[in-house]
Design a protein around this ligand. Structure first.
Ligand SMILES: [Mg+2]
Length: 172
């Protein structure tokens, strides 16, 4: 269960307290894309998202988007507008892809936070590689068909965690 437990749970990326990250000496952020930063497959960049990334960078955080989505010009454009690193065509939760993202950031797992909307890809992979993990509520209801079965399992896991909260911590 520990590997499926996020360090922190929040409603959206905008609820992430940067002081919380700094207090844990986090320097690098690996973020999922679909349903975490933007609605599923909607790669237009909202002002709010752009501002959020600017703030992260101003505060000294290094960022990379790690997504299982296939390479696409729209995704590359989004990453360049946000001024962030990008790894597409990943296969989360396979650890190799998280290691690659860490290499791009140049940070250690203990000083890196993985943010995502899925327990079995983002949280599991991030925990396996030794990063801090933040689970956000997914944006919208649309997603890849194959994800729906995982959502069912995810519900079981989250119920087991007791829905402990907007602020569950696994002790890190
Ligand atoms: Mg996602």
């Amino acid at each position: 269960m520990r590997l499926l437990t996020p360090s922190w749970r929040v409603k959206s990326i905008y609820d992430i307290d940067l002081r919380w990250l700094k207090a844990r000496s986090i320097q690098g952020i690996i973020s999922d894309l679909d349903n975490t930063l933007v609605p599923w497959r909607d790669y237009s960049v909202a002002r709010e998202l752009k501002d959020w990334f600017r703030r992260l960078h101003d505060e000294g955080f290094r960022t990379v988007i790690l997504t299982n989505a296939r390479p696409a010009p729209t995704i590359e454009k989004l990453a360049s507008e946000l001024g962030t690193g990008l790894v597409v065509g990943a296969r989360k939760p396979i650890v190799r892809y998280f290691r690659y993202a860490l290499e791009l950031l140049g940070t250690q797992p203990h000083s890196t936070c993985v943010i995502g909307d899925q327990v079995f890809t983002d949280v599991l992979g991030g925990n396996l590689v030794g990063c801090h993990t933040i689970l956000v509520d997914r944006i919208g209801n649309r997603e890849f068909v194959g994800t729906r079965f995982m959502r069912f399992l995810e519900k079981l896991v989250l119920a087991r965690l007791g829905e402990r909260s907007s602020c569950s911590r696994n002790g890190r």
